[in-house]
Design a protein around this ligand. Structure first.
Ligand code: EPU
Length: 362
């Protein structure tokens, strides 16, 4: 266990945040040791701990986190089942997401190509049901392997038990209380740490080309009959054009969630802004790209001291280096107020802001 550990290399915003206690976990044996650790027990029981994976979707509010960070780093990739139709691959949580996607693409397996180059690690992918270019990871997850940080019990969640929805799952709760668990487990509280994910990938599938610029990108290269590799390359090129490069410019990808509004609200806005892009959610709700709202409100490319709004995708807040997390929080507040005033929509962060309450240095 490390004390007063710097998370600078472990958050893609690149803030120099320190944490009181830090523990890397590489095996189930490490978990059994952890759950007997008195410092960990204290922090778990006061819900003052955090499971940190690739650090690509997190913002620490302060430059000191007065809690306990667990850093799971389980490695390995195994084939579990294979037939003429599909293959089930178990990937351990500490593997780098984009390397795992490249591996499946190189094996001509369908399902993850649209999710190429997303930063982060495999264990975090189910937590917020990562998605991009018309695909979501929930569509290829078979099951999720977890270990309870209070009892050490292993629980496997089927796809259905994960309760996936847009950028959400049961694992977003630190302590799983409802849903998939039995009453006994719910009563004692189950703290699921994801250590492996099983993916079911097709040997003959369909490519998703209809989202955004994928088709145009392929046409511009005269590709009429694309392979899985072609789609993965297109996605990487489109991402490069729009998003800041991880490790070069600090960011956590989309900072806000896209807005889901009522049909009435949508029709009202559409009258004032006929060019507004939107996607149907169901009969009564419509999704509006928050990037468009922020852009339209005039924030794209805005910069203030060490932080700003990315000039090619307004959904992304960036840290140019040398700044403090508070600067991002202040920028977030200003943008939220401005979008609310202009469109009457309350936009919510997609990034996990830690801690929920203000911590103090002890
Ligand atoms: N738009 C603007 N101005 C902007 C940004 C977007 O007008 O500054 C418009 C675009 O022209 C387009 C629409 O808004 O009509 C949607 O934009 P885009 O296709 O870039 O996608 P998004 O909805 O803004 C989502 C994900 C991204 C993912 C992309 C591509 C969320 C919160 N974000 O963004 O995910 O890469 O789709 O699939 O759902 C992430 O989660 O970190 C992330 C980058």
């Amino acid at each position: 266990m490390e004390k007063n550990f710097s998370l600078r290399e472990l958050n893609t915003f690149g803030f120099d945040v320190k944490v009181k206690y830090f523990q890397e976990i590489k095996s189930l044996e490490d978990v059994y040791v952890l759950i007997e650790n008195q410092y960990f027990k204290q922090h778990r029981d006061s819900n003052n701990f955090l499971i940190l994976s690739g650090g690509s979707n997190i913002l620490f509010k302060d430059d000191f986190y007065d809690g306990f960070v667990i850093y799971p780093n389980f490695k390995g990739i195994e084939t579990i089942e294979e037939n003429d139709d599909h293959i089930i691959i178990r990937c351990f949580g500490g593997e780098v997401w984009k390397d795992f996607v490249d591996y499946t693409v190189s094996r001509n397996l369908y399902g993850l190509e649209n999710l190429s180059d997303i930063p982060g690690k495999v264990g975090a992918a189910p937590v917020q049901n990562i998605g991009a270019y018309g695909a979501e990871v929930k569509d290829v997850i078979n099951q999720v392997h977890t270990i309870d940080l209070s009892s050490g019990e292993i629980k496997i969640f089927t796809n259905e038990e994960c309760h996936f929805s847009y950028r959400n799952s049961i694992f977003k709760e630190l302590k799983v209380k409802r849903g998939a668990l039995s009453e006994r487990e719910a009563a004692i509280g189950f703290y699921p740490l994801i250590f492996a994910v099983d993916f079911v990938l097709k040997k003959n599938g369909e490519l998703k080309l209809d989202y955004g610029n994928i088709r145009n990108n392929l046409i511009s290269k005269n590709i009429t009959n694309p392979t899985i590799q072609d789609v993965a390359i297109s996605v990487k090129e489109i991402r490069k054009e729009k998003l800041p490069e991880v490790g070069i410019v600090g960011s956590a990808g989309s900072f806000f969630q896209n807005a889901i509004v009522s049909m009435d609200k949508y029709l009202e806005l559409k009258t004032s802004y006929p060019e507004m892009p939107s996607y149907p959610v169901n009969e009564s709700e419509v999704k509006i790209p928050t990037g468009w709202l922020i852009d339209k409100a005039g924030w794209k490319g805005y910069r203030e001291n060490h932080v700003g709004v990315w000039d090619r995708q307004a959904l992304v807040l960036v840290h140019y280096g040398g700044g403090k997390p508070l600067e991002i929080i202040e920028l977030m507040n200003k943008i939220q107020i401005s979008v609310k005033e202009r469109f009457g929509i309350e936009i919510k962060p997609e990034v996990n802001i830690v801690p929920d309450r203000i911590s103090s240095r002890t």
